[in-house]
Design a protein. Sequence first.
Length: 342
Amino acid sequence: MGKQNLILAFESSCDETSVAVVEDGAKVLSNVVATQIASHQRFGGVVPEVASRHHIEQITKCTKEALERAGVSYQDLTAVAVTYGPGLVGSLLIGVTAAKTIAWAHHLPLVPVNHMAGHLYAARFISEFTFPMMGLLVSGGHTELVYMKNEHEYEIIGETRDDAAGEAYDKVGRVMGINYPAGKTVDQWAAKGTDTFHFPRAMEKEDNFDFSFSGLKSAFINTVHNAKQRHQELNQNDLAASFQQSVVDVLVIKTLRALDEYPVKQLILAGGVAANQGLRTQLEKSMQESHPEVKLLRAPLKYCGDNAAMIGAAGYVNYLHGDRADGSLNATPGLSFPHHQE
Ligand code: KG4
Ligand code: ZN
């Protein structure tokens, strides 16, 4: 048997500190995730300074644990991969510094990874990739359709003009009294309700691949405030279901339109909001009806949220393509894929 490639991967772009060991970009040997959610909840969102301090406290422990759980030592590693953007600068810097230090100390190649490429590669744990592909990336900070003509090529063909899908979930959840991050609870309530409010579906009919969620958010908040003024009780499950149906409809319609225009072999659904049951179900059903020729790869639930295993999978591809960084690697908070040029 040939020698396996073992990547030690770091992820610290937002509020999860994560370190993983991934074999040949497809097999997770360990994936340690230290979440800080409890520390941010009382503020109703992520506080950057609090996040950085947590990453500093956790990163060494997580690294040790990731190596132990995988049953490997530094000598067994092929490379070190790290998220260097997009994300919070102070958070990113902790992972970048840890990865640089380990790469330098153990004479290992340092491989920079875009966090969004990482999200896409969460789907690599369920299937090999066949190009060209399309990716629907839905997270707390991003909502974008990414065209991948070949391996290691990413182009944004559409994105949100305002709020990200996860951000809209969190804001609407807050109005309903749900703790940050609210997505999962709204999803659970939605499953028990029906779409009775018929909120707007923004940009549904526009001939592009862009999204917008701020109008939906405002419509939702107005509905709740008006009811409060009239001392009227609204059904929380129906509110959640109505909001979710509007988000899911827009995401699915735009994605199917992208598939009409870009013939691809596979579609990836990834990012924190890809854990949404309504979205997972409706996208699968709609694709079976209108694009049965495209294989849907839904990122496994446990790899939808931020984690280092996905960075190890994307990092392996970058490693094979010769991407290398040195001690000058810096956090790049605004890192983005290039936009598709007509
Ligand atoms: O990708 P992620 O873990 O972090 C970022 O890179 O942003 O995404 C986090 C987002 C949060 O906004 C959270 O509310 C949302 O994903 N989320 C969900 C669900 N689970 C998490 N949104 C809708 N339905 C879910 N089941
Ligand atoms: Zn993320």
